[in-house]
Design a protein around this ligand. Structure first.
Ligand SMILES: *Cc1c(COP(=O)(O)O)cnc(C)c1O
Length: 392
């Protein structure tokens, strides 16, 4: 009898160790991890650079609290600022916490402008986390149900709809920010129009409101740029990170720029663990490795290659609605709900995920090789074809 709260429907497998894109279970069976622990292990499992960095740091110091200066935090912040074009960083321990910091920052920005009930524009089908404020920002009724009353101060519009944002701004004088994912992950790998973020930047400038990007899933090299907004040649005012930043060591970050970087002053926000020496050592190793192994540019090449292979091999399957990707953020949309595919793939030793009921989501580690990519395509195409033939 388990003593874990039943908050997850777990698949019947227990992993013991990992090697690159492979996970090995307690019975020594190998599985190809095409999900990276949900976009976390972008460098694959047991990467030597991360392993060495956290071993070395654990011999010296794990934690001091933020009552004191933390050298690794300064180092990681410097690297993040250089790579992102942002101004400063607040460190925390998860994605939800990074978004909480962003939401608090936006509200305080509103109050500084004399807006007593600040509101933030958020999107349908968005996902921002499971804390009360972030589940209220999330555009998924299943995440919210049973936890009412929701946190107020969010105005929802359809994703990839610039006019809906403009209309919301016309009718609501309390809007202080827009919070949006550059690509929706949980919502079904939804890739907006190429100039969507540029339009949002223009609107935020025109209305003096904050552009806040949730890059928790799309960031850290996955889409072929360090951050997905770098495809658009713009800078947001706030950007949240977590997931792959520590390659499995919990760490989150809220980056701010310009006027947004001056809002959260001493005493306004905090975290006991946030940015501790161990988590930041992992973050530094991750950023160094992305550069040393040229993984960000490769993510684009590998992702496009995977999409091409899938498109060729699935071109005769009438049940495929769309195959889309930005780097190694890949969605294969079927014309029917296909959640069962996760278990079927597991039985074939392949780890995948299905989001928005009918979209297979692939987030393989950035270190995946050509051979491993080919194996992923061959295995998954066979699974999809068998499945769609059977449900036909
Ligand atoms: C995973 C995710 C979050 C939440 O991160 P946690 O670390 O689980 O709190 C928020 N936003 C996006 C886009 C995510 O993918």
């Amino acid at each position: 009898m388990t003593h874990i709260m039943p908050t997850y429907n777990r698949l019947p497998v227990t992993f013991d160790r990992g090697e690159g894109v492979w996970l090995i279970d307690v019975n020594n069976q190998r599985y190809l991890d095409a999900l990276s622990g949900i976009a976390v292990c972008n460098l694959g499992h047991a990467h030597t650079a991360v392993h060495k960095a956290i071993c070395a740091q654990s011999e010296k110091l794990l934690h001091t609290s933020n009552l004191y200066n933390i050298a690794n935090q300064e180092l990681l912040a410097d690297k993040l600022i250089k790579k992102s074009g942002m101004s400063n960083v607040f460190f925390c321990n998860s994605g939800a916490e990074a978004n909480e910091a962003a939401i608090k920052l936006a509200r305080k920005f509103g109050h500084s402008k004399g807006i007593e009930k600040p509101a933030i524009i958020v999107m349908e089908k968005s996902f921002h986390g499971r804390t009360l404020a972030t589940l209220s920002a999330t555009g998924n009724a299943k995440v919210q149900q049973g936890f009412e009353p929701l946190v107020e101060g969010f105005t929802r519009v359809p994703y990839n709809d610039v006019k809906a944002i403009e209309d919301a701004l016309k009718t609501n004088q309390n809007i202080v920010a827009i919070l949006v994912e550059p690509i929706q992950g949980e919502g079904g790998i939804n890739i907006p129009a190429p100039d969507y973020l540029n339009q949002i930047r223009r609107i935020c400038d025109a209305h003096d409101i904050l552009m806040m990007l949730d890059e928790i899933q799309s960031g850290i090299g996955r889409t072929g740029q360090f951050l997905a907004y770098q495809h658009n040649d713009i800078l947001p005012d706030v950007c949240t990170l977590a997931k792959a930043l520590g390659n499995g060591v919990p760490i989150g970050a809220c980056l701010a720029r310009g006027k947004a970087s001056e809002i959260l002053t001493a005493g306004a926000h905090g975290s006991t663990f946030g940015g501790n020496p161990l988590a930041c050592a992992a973050g530094i190793a991750v950023l160094n490795t992305l550069e040393a192994e040229n993984l960000i540019a490769l993510a684009q090449v590998k992702g496009d290659n995977l999409r091409t292979l899938f498109s060729e091999k699935l071109k005769d399957n009438q049940h495929i609605v769309d195959i889309r990707n930005k780097g190694l953020m890949i969605g294969i949309e079927l014309d029917k709900p296909c959640a069962e595919l996760v278990k079927i793939a597991l039985d074939q030793h392949l780890l995948i995920n299905v989001t928005n009921d009918s979209t297979i989501r692939l987030l393989p580690p950035l270190i995946i090789t050509k051979q491993e990519s080919q194996y992923l395509v061959d295995t998954l195409v066979a699974i999809i074809n068998a499945y769609t033939t059977q449900i036909h």
